[in-house]
Design a protein around this ligand. Structure first.
Ligand code: GLC
Length: 652
């Protein structure tokens, strides 16, 4: 956009700089916005022009350092901005050490990911963290480093090259909300050095901390109550929303934003295709608020987005905002063409709702909540997932629970009882983050343990083992088809059970999330080749679904999605259609959360009435009873009306 004042300023700021054409063109296109956001965030302080100059210097230096092959990729993606919406992408999150020992070990395991069909790899944070105070990699003491025990930065470069060679994508974390208390900035702040004293929120007494804590919810109420920690060396209270060793960065200081932009671009230049921005809801704090999802947090993301697009337009930003359903979609901004923020966000709502469906054996809350979710702006997409490294929070609204006919408090208690095995012994999870005051809690446990695999194996109950495997496939059957990039969590593809080893480690024992961060036993993984094993049934089931997803144009997230209300409460039904620009296809996803077969009345879905239907997911036979389709217990279909190909069965 052209605006004379911004334009004049830009001309002044770039005077004397020798700028390449693509950089200059993009800077000119984004500058009006960058300037507007900087003015909004920092306009009340002196020195705005100097900060803008510093921002441009960072962008320019990182653009100059951007390797030629990444610039070529940028250009290709600029020509195809919806590239990540394609159904060909399937991701997996993994801890390098627990999955493969180190980064070179990971390279040797890439054929395994190829075999499964995973072509986007999210490496859990790799940066150096202090021993014993790591929060699983989210307490970074050196933002531009890779842990030596994992192989260091050179080994990461080998991983990036190996992924690139096979056409796969790399996703890395940028922990933008906080640093470790051992980060050089924190050390300098402790020593009273400017400007670092201003990089964090610190207070001499409890006055402001008490006021802030009155309205800010606790993230780790059990293990790190409150949001402030007394620092002896500084004789001040430091804001630590997460653990006491994770110091919140103070984004009211423009220098902090500029430093973190540099970190973000550093990882873009190391070959990340997607950057996962951690804990973005917390980027701005204000007295009298929850300190989450404030407008300024969105402005910071908009600014980071605009600046990273100038330097590395091929890189996509993923918002990790685990907040209320209606708040998550705000992290997309208005979408790429109107008011861009992040291109991708975690669909934490869908994830939590799926677990509600598994526990209740029906889709009542799922249907209520999904039908009421705001549309996402076109050009943006979700990460859909069933499980990740964090706890499962029951992050859907009481209103949706009530609309589904349950009492919200009793329902939430039921879910906690269910997943900790108190209700019927099927699930084997543990509580996480129990807030003794409110009774709120979240849930830990591997996917397989939560769907009952561990308990079923312990009892030698074959029918229950099959049910558990069916639940694993059902959850993935929904996240592969919903729209967005599905993200598996490592170990789930072979049904890894809870790993209770963490209880013996004093650094982990207090954090039950470690039970679902398994160390992969590769001799166990080999069992995927043995007919009849649980590992084979899950792995090959997922592999087939991944292949089917990739071959289904209707699952492109540039297309449409519609939740379809049906009269059977056990079923989740939604329609997908391919974008107008590609091969035309529509698909209907029908998922049965009950442990009994259920009927779908096809007359309620005119498009499915009559004509041959096939299941794109597994191609098996469909059985019909009159005008109704039988959905097996814990089964699902990806239905489409199409001409039949070999191996597919039709009815009608
Ligand atoms: C994010 C991470 C989580 C971590 C927290 C603090 O939510 O996913 O694992 O504890 O941020 O960095």
């Amino acid at each position: 956009m052209y605006e004379p004042h911004a334009h004049t300023l830009l001309i002044k700021l770039i005077e004397g700089l020798d700028l390449d054409r693509p950089f200059l063109a993009r800077l000119a296109a984004h500058f009006h916005r960058v300037y507007g956001l900087m003015r909004q965030l920092y306009g009340r302080r002196p020195g705005l022009e100097g900060h803008l100059r510093a921002l441009i210097a960072v962008m320019h230096a990182r653009y100059q350092a951007r390797p030629a092959h990444l610039r070529a990729l940028d250009a290709a993606r600029e020509a195809d901005p919806a590239w990540l919406l394609s159904p060909q992408w399937v991701g997996m999150s993994l801890y390098v050490d627990r999955f493969a020992g180190d980064l070179d070990g990971l390279i040797s395991k890439l054929p395994y990911l190829d075999e499964l069909g995973v072509n986007l790899v999210h490496l859990m944070p790799l940066q150096v963290c202090p021993e014993g105070a790591r929060d699983g990699g989210y307490a970074v003491s050196d933002f531009k480093s890779v842990e030596p025990r994992l192989g260091g930065l050179d080994a990461l470069r080998r991983v990036a090259a190996a992924l690139r060679k096979r056409g796969s994508l790399l996703m890395l974390d940028v922990v933008i909300n906080h640093t470790s208390d051992e980060h050089a900035w924190a050390q300098a702040a402790r020593a009273g050095e400017a400007p670092y004293t201003g990089y964090y929120y610190t207070y001499p007494d409890r006055d402001v901390p008490d006021q802030l804590e009155a309205t800010m919810p606790e993230v780790f109420p059990e293990t790190a109550p409150g949001s402030f920690t007394w620092d002896e060396a500084m004789s001040r209270w430091v804001m630590t929303v997460f653990h006491r060793y994770q110091w919140d960065l103070n984004y009211t200081q423009p220098r902090v934003l500029i430093e973190m932009l540099d970190v973000l671009l550093f990882w873009a230049n190391e070959g990340a295709d997607v950057l996962r921005l951690d804990a973005v809801a917390f980027l701005w704090k204000r007295l009298g608020t929850s300190g989450q999802s404030l407008p300024e947090a969105h402005d910071i993301l908009r600014l980071l987005r605009a600046c990273s697009q100038v330097v590395a337009p091929g890189v996509q930003l993923l918002a990790e905002a685990i907040v209320a359903p209606e708040d998550i979609v705000r992290y997309f901004g208005g979408g790429p063409e109107i008011d861009p923020e992040c291109e991708i966000a975690y669909h934490a709502t869908l994830m939590a709702l799926l677990w509600d469906g598994i526990a209740t054996r029906n889709a009542k809350v799922l249907n209520q909540a999904l039908a009421r979710l705001p549309q996402t702006p076109s050009g943006t997409t979700w990460v859909t997932y069933a499980r990740c490294h964090d706890d499962i929070g029951l992050g859907f609204s009481d209103e949706d629970i009530a609309r589904a006919g349950y009492d919200p408090a009793a329902h939430r208690r039921f879910l906690l009882d269910y997943y900790t095995g108190v209700y019927d012994g099927v699930a084997r999870g543990a509580l996480f983050g129990l807030n003794p005051r409110t009774g709120d809690a979240r849930i830990s446990g591997t996917l397989a343990s939560l769907v009952g695999l561990g308990a079923a194996i312990a009892r030698g109950d074959e029918a229950a083992i099959t049910q558990a495997i069916d639940r694993v496939l059902l959850l993935h059957g929904v996240i592969f088809a919903f729209g967005g990039v599905p993200m598996l969590f490592y170990g789930d593809e072979i049904g890894a059970l809870n790993d209770l080893g963490f209880q013996a480690d004093p650094n982990e024992a207090h954090d039950s999330r470690w039970m679902h961060r398994p160390r992969i036993n590769w001799s166990r993984v080999e069992w995927r080749a043995l007919p009849g094993t649980v590992e084979r049934r899950i792995f090959s089931g997922l592999r087939r679904l991944i292949q089917a997803r990739k071959a289904t144009p209707a699952f492109d997230d540039g297309g449409a999605r519609r939740i379809i209300a049906v009269d059977n409460p056990h079923l989740l039904v939604f329609a997908r259609s391919a974008p107008a620009t590609g091969p035309q296809q529509a698909a209907w996803v029908v998922a049965n959360f009950d442990t009994e077969p259920q009927l779908l009345d096809l007359t309620a879905i005119p498009a499915l009435r009559g004509g041959p239907l096939v299941d794109l997911a597994r191609g098996g036979a469909l059985s019909r009873m009159g005008g109704r389709l039988l959905i097996p217990a814990l089964g699902f279909y990806w239905l489409t009306r199409t001409t039949l190909s070999a191996g597919q069965h039709a009815f009608d």
